[in-house]
Write a protein that binds this ligand. Structure first.
Ligand code: ZN
Length: 116
Protein backbone atom coordinates (compact mmCIF):
# COMPACT_ATOMS: atom_id res chain seq x y z
CA UNK A 1 0.00 0.00 0.00
CA UNK A 2 1.15 3.51 -0.80
CA UNK A 3 1.59 6.37 1.60
CA UNK A 4 -0.52 9.47 0.93
CA UNK A 5 1.46 12.12 -1.02
CA UNK A 6 0.06 14.82 1.23
CA UNK A 7 -0.26 13.51 4.82
CA UNK A 8 1.80 10.27 4.66
CA UNK A 9 -1.08 8.15 5.98
CA UNK A 10 -1.47 4.70 4.47
CA UNK A 11 -3.82 4.71 1.46
CA UNK A 12 -6.52 2.09 1.82
CA UNK A 13 -8.22 0.53 -1.17
CA UNK A 14 -6.78 0.25 -4.67
CA UNK A 15 -3.04 -0.44 -4.84
CA UNK A 16 -2.42 2.52 -7.18
CA UNK A 17 -4.00 5.12 -4.87
CA UNK A 18 -1.68 8.03 -4.06
CA UNK A 19 -4.00 10.00 -1.74
CA UNK A 20 -5.68 8.71 1.42
CA UNK A 21 -8.78 10.83 0.89
CA UNK A 22 -10.61 13.17 -1.45
CA UNK A 23 -9.56 15.95 0.90
CA UNK A 24 -5.84 15.23 0.42
CA UNK A 25 -6.35 14.86 -3.33
CA UNK A 26 -8.04 18.28 -3.42
CA UNK A 27 -5.28 19.84 -1.30
CA UNK A 28 -2.62 18.46 -3.64
CA UNK A 29 -4.32 19.66 -6.83
CA UNK A 30 -5.16 23.01 -5.33
CA UNK A 31 -1.51 23.57 -4.37
CA UNK A 32 -0.36 22.48 -7.84
CA UNK A 33 -2.80 24.86 -9.51
CA UNK A 34 -1.76 27.71 -7.22
CA UNK A 35 1.89 27.13 -8.14
CA UNK A 36 1.02 27.33 -11.86
CA UNK A 37 -1.00 30.51 -11.35
CA UNK A 38 1.87 32.05 -9.34
CA UNK A 39 4.32 31.37 -12.19
CA UNK A 40 1.96 32.94 -14.73
CA UNK A 41 1.22 35.93 -12.49
CA UNK A 42 4.92 36.57 -11.87
CA UNK A 43 5.77 36.28 -15.58
CA UNK A 44 2.90 38.57 -16.57
CA UNK A 45 4.00 41.16 -14.01
CA UNK A 46 7.57 41.18 -15.41
CA UNK A 47 6.30 41.49 -18.99
CA UNK A 48 3.91 44.28 -18.05
CA UNK A 49 6.69 46.13 -16.24
CA UNK A 50 8.96 45.77 -19.31
CA UNK A 51 6.21 47.07 -21.56
CA UNK A 52 5.46 50.02 -19.27
CA UNK A 53 9.13 51.00 -19.12
CA UNK A 54 9.29 51.13 -22.93
CA UNK A 55 5.91 52.91 -23.17
CA UNK A 56 7.05 55.54 -20.66
CA UNK A 57 10.19 56.28 -22.72
CA UNK A 58 8.13 56.74 -25.89
CA UNK A 59 5.55 58.87 -24.11
CA UNK A 60 7.96 61.80 -24.08
CA UNK A 61 9.24 61.08 -27.59
CA UNK A 62 7.44 61.40 -30.87
CA UNK A 63 9.88 59.19 -32.74
CA UNK A 64 9.22 55.51 -33.45
CA UNK A 65 12.81 54.43 -32.88
CA UNK A 66 15.17 55.32 -30.07
CA UNK A 67 18.61 54.28 -28.96
CA UNK A 68 18.93 53.86 -25.21
CA UNK A 69 21.57 52.63 -22.81
CA UNK A 70 21.03 49.07 -21.57
CA UNK A 71 22.04 50.28 -18.12
CA UNK A 72 19.30 52.91 -18.21
CA UNK A 73 16.69 50.20 -18.85
CA UNK A 74 18.22 47.89 -16.24
CA UNK A 75 18.11 50.64 -13.62
CA UNK A 76 14.42 51.13 -14.35
CA UNK A 77 13.92 47.40 -13.70
CA UNK A 78 13.74 46.19 -17.30
CA UNK A 79 14.30 42.42 -17.50
CA UNK A 80 15.92 41.45 -20.84
CA UNK A 81 15.09 37.76 -20.28
CA UNK A 82 11.34 38.30 -20.62
CA UNK A 83 9.88 38.97 -24.05
CA UNK A 84 6.68 38.09 -25.85
CA UNK A 85 8.36 37.00 -29.08
CA UNK A 86 11.26 37.47 -31.48
CA UNK A 87 11.70 38.37 -35.14
CA UNK A 88 14.46 39.07 -37.60
CA UNK A 89 14.17 42.16 -39.76
CA UNK A 90 15.33 42.37 -43.38
CA UNK A 91 18.91 43.03 -42.24
CA UNK A 92 18.75 39.82 -40.17
CA UNK A 93 18.84 41.78 -36.90
CA UNK A 94 17.19 40.01 -33.99
CA UNK A 95 14.37 41.95 -32.38
CA UNK A 96 12.66 41.00 -29.13
CA UNK A 97 9.00 41.82 -28.88
CA UNK A 98 7.47 43.17 -25.70
CA UNK A 99 3.85 43.33 -26.81
CA UNK A 100 3.57 46.42 -29.04
CA UNK A 101 7.24 47.38 -28.58
CA UNK A 102 10.48 45.71 -29.52
CA UNK A 103 14.16 46.03 -28.75
CA UNK A 104 17.33 45.05 -30.56
CA UNK A 105 20.86 44.81 -29.23
CA UNK A 106 22.59 47.71 -30.97
CA UNK A 107 25.95 47.47 -29.25
CA UNK A 108 27.28 46.02 -26.03
CA UNK A 109 25.91 49.04 -24.17
CA UNK A 110 22.95 50.17 -26.24
CA UNK A 111 19.67 48.84 -27.50
CA UNK A 112 17.45 50.20 -30.21
CA UNK A 113 13.85 50.30 -29.08
CA UNK A 114 10.95 50.56 -31.50
CA UNK A 115 7.26 51.17 -31.26
CA UNK A 116 5.16 48.90 -33.46
ZN1 ZN B 1 -3.75 12.10 3.09
Amino acid sequence: MNQCKVCNKVCKGRADKIFCSKDCSNKFHHAKRKKQIDIITTTNAILLKNRNILAEIFEKEKRKKLKVEKLFLSKKGFNFQYNTGIYFNRERKLYHYVYDYAWMEFSTQEVLIVRK
